[in-house]
Design a protein around this ligand. Structure first.
Ligand code: HEC
Length: 153
């Protein structure tokens, strides 16, 4: 709306439009908050392919995943002979669906996954699991143990 107003009011409208669109774009990436359709994780990777740094939630998700889920879905969520790759399964999956299958369990062509809502190590951490697995599935986070980004003030 604001962008559009600027375009028609100002003389060199086109340029202003581009600039505001660009600013809008960078803002929405760096904020990355918990809103539904926004990226739920923050990942910063070294350009030389070194370790990635992640926000605390994503880090806790990594830890929880490798305390429980890796037993079936394998290290780094790549899948095993009896449980699917979550990198693949999370593509296009909505957060609400993820919450439901992790809490209540899921049965499909491959087999049966139990629900985790009674598990005190998992249920308080489903949001963090979502952050971690989404980052993996989006290709934002490479395999292996991530490092923590400095705490936000
Ligand atoms: C006992 C083995 C086992 C463990 C442990 C396990 N899963 Fe699963 N999970 C499965 C199997 C098997 C499937 C696939 C079911 C199918 O599609 O037939 C699955 C499917 C899924 C799916 C995809 C559901 C869909 O709609 O496609 C998600 C997401 C998932 N698991 C997340 C997790 C998370 C997070 C954890 C750790 C809290 C976890 N799983 C632990 C066995 C397991």
């Amino acid at each position: 709306m604001v962008k559009y107003d600027m375009c028609i009011i100002l003389e060199f409208g086109k340029i202003i439009c581009l600039v505001t669109t660009y600013l809008f774009f960078t803002c929405s990436i760096s904020l990355g908050s918990s809103e539904q359709n926004e990226v739920p994780y923050q990942v910063v990777c070294a350009e030389d392919g070194g370790k990635c740094k992640v926000d605390r939630g994503t880090y806790k998700g990594w830890r929880t995943y490798h305390s429980t889920c890796h037993v079936c879905h394998a290290q780094d969520a790549v899948g095993s002979t009896f449980a699917p790759s979550l990198l693949v399964r999370l593509k296009g999956m909505e957060r609400a669906k993820f919450m439901d299958v992790v809490m209540n369990g899921f049965t499909g062509q491959v087999g049966v996954m139990p629900g985790w809502k009674e598990d005190p190590n998992v249920s308080p951490r489903v949001d963090d699991l979502w952050r971690y697995l989404k980052a993996r599935s989006d290709g934002a986070l490479s395999a292996g143990k991530p490092k923590k980004l400095p705490k936000k003030k």
